[in-house]
Design a protein around this ligand. Structure first.
Ligand code: PMP
Length: 414
């Protein structure tokens, strides 16, 4: 007797569970940046690719003691499920961190702690965007946000930026055009301060205009500010949220000012949006990791965290300067770069005929890794690339730029 399983033309035989993928799963892509990270692990390569913080500067031995203390003294709580919005203590401390960034009216009740700000981006798209809605982004923008939004089948469209960030008049025009074309723009996702990847900061004089335009056009601002405290000199720029508590969701993170491995970020959400936002976040993670929140609370309570941020600022400022000097010394004519006032990144632009993606292999052959510009954009930028100075010694920054220069010179001359 032949069993049903053995019949050659049984539909089960050709079945593959991959046919069950949702339509939205077609938009889930491997991030080009993560590909590059893997490559950059190869020995002998200098990686100017990864936007990693320089954790060697943290007081690791003391943090080990704090971790042990959290387990010894609060272990039952630290290893247990917690509230979906995050611990009250950390939400209060986060309000102090935001005060240092220039937001002085934050209420801990409106803070939702998330698994990094990456997961807050996902929650924002889930809560606000239907398929076909538009999210406007700076061009170029953070690749992780593009990945988070595209899964929700939204149309991610570029907004015009120049050396001073978003251009208000161009934004106004773009929004009007999209409205007239019957498109619903739900969110403006913006990294106004020390943008990843460009390093550009939105001019102070433009900030209120951007806020006003978004209100007039009924578009919610999703402000992502993981680098805001890492300004090399002077006071941090006041975030958009400092001027508008009702139409801005503000995203913050401990990843760049403390430790990304703890995966703790937050959203400061306008009061009337908070409940939905928090319930959507809870549906994904139940609660942010209790132990990690408590370790961060101990760090903020027991350490001079602002002193650590000052050390980071000095360190990154020096490394950025080294990178700019090396670029000035080695880069061929035709290459331009940004001069960031904070953050982790310098953005290089080459003549239009150069595509930096194939140059990655040549860079690797020369012993240096970067991220091609095409990774960060919904539009073009294939003639750009991102260099990160945050986690690389000054010596390696100089050597890395020196190795990169002839690769770019050859491509420009071709
Ligand atoms: N936003 C921006 C602009 C970033 O550069 C990054 C990390 N590179 C993130 C969000 C993600 O941060 P987190 O580790 O908090 O998820």
């Amino acid at each position: 007797m032949t069993s049903i399983m053995q019949q050659p033309d049984s539909p089960r035989e050709t079945y593959s569970p991959t046919e069950l993928f949702s339509k939205r799963a077609a938009n889930i892509k491997q991030s080009a940046v993560r590909d590059v990270f893997e490559i950059s692990m190869q020995p002998g390569l200098i990686s100017l690719a990864g936007g990693n913080p320089y954790l060697q500067s943290l007081p690791l031995a003391e943090l080990g003691q704090s971790a042990a203390q959290v387990i010894a003294e609060q272990g039952l709580e630290a290893l247990q499920y917690g509230g979906g919005q995050g611990t009250r203590e950390l939400r209060e401390q986060i309000c102090q961190v935001m005060a240092a960034e220039g937001i002085t009216d934050a209420d801990p009740d409106n803070v939702v702690i998330t698994a990094g700000s990456q997961s807050a981006q996902d929650v924002a798209a889930k809560v606000f965007c239907d398929p076909g809605d538009v999210v406007l982004v700076e061009d170029p923008t953070y690749v992780g946000a593009l990945n988070a939004f595209e899964v929700y089948q939204v149309e991610v469209l570029p907004a015009v930026v120049d050396g001073e960030g978003l251009v208000p008049e161009a934004l106004r025009q773009r929004l009007a055009e999209l409205r007239e074309a019957g498109k619903k723009v739900k969110l403006l996702y913006t990294i106004p301060t020390f943008n990843n990847p460009s390093g550009v900061t939105l001019a102070e004089t433009r900030r209120q205009q951007i806020i006003d335009i978004c209100r007039e056009e009924h578009v919610l601002i999703l402000e992502d500010n993981p680098y805001g405290l890492l300004k090399f000199d002077g006071h941090p720029e006041a975030p958009l949220r400092a001027r508008d508590a009702e139409n801005v969701i503000y995203l913050g993170s401990f990843s760049k000012i403390f430790a990304p491995g703890l995966r703790i970020g937050w959203a400061l959400v306008p009061a009337e949006l908070k409940q939905r936002f928090y319930l959507a976040s809870e549906a994904v993670t139940l609660c942010p990791p209790s132990f990690n929140q408590m370790l961060i609370s101990a760090y903020l309570r027991d350490y001079d965290w602002m002193g650590q941020i000052r050390r980071y600022r000095e360190l990154y400022s020096e490394r950025c300067e080294t990178m700019i000097e090396a670029l000035e010394e080695h880069m061929p004519a035709g290459v331009e770069w940004t001069r960031p006032a904070g953050g982790f990144f310098v953005w290089l632009t080459l003549p239009e005929h150069v595509d930096t993606y194939p140059l990655l292999q040549e860079g690797i052959a020369a012993g240096v890794v970067f991220v091609p510009g095409a990774a960060f954009t919904t539009a073009s930028h294939s003639n750009s690339l991102r260099l990160a100075f945050s986690a690389v010694s000054s010596e390696n920054i100089r050597e890395g730029v020196k190795r990169l220069a002839p690769v770019l010179a050859k491509a420009i001359a071709a």
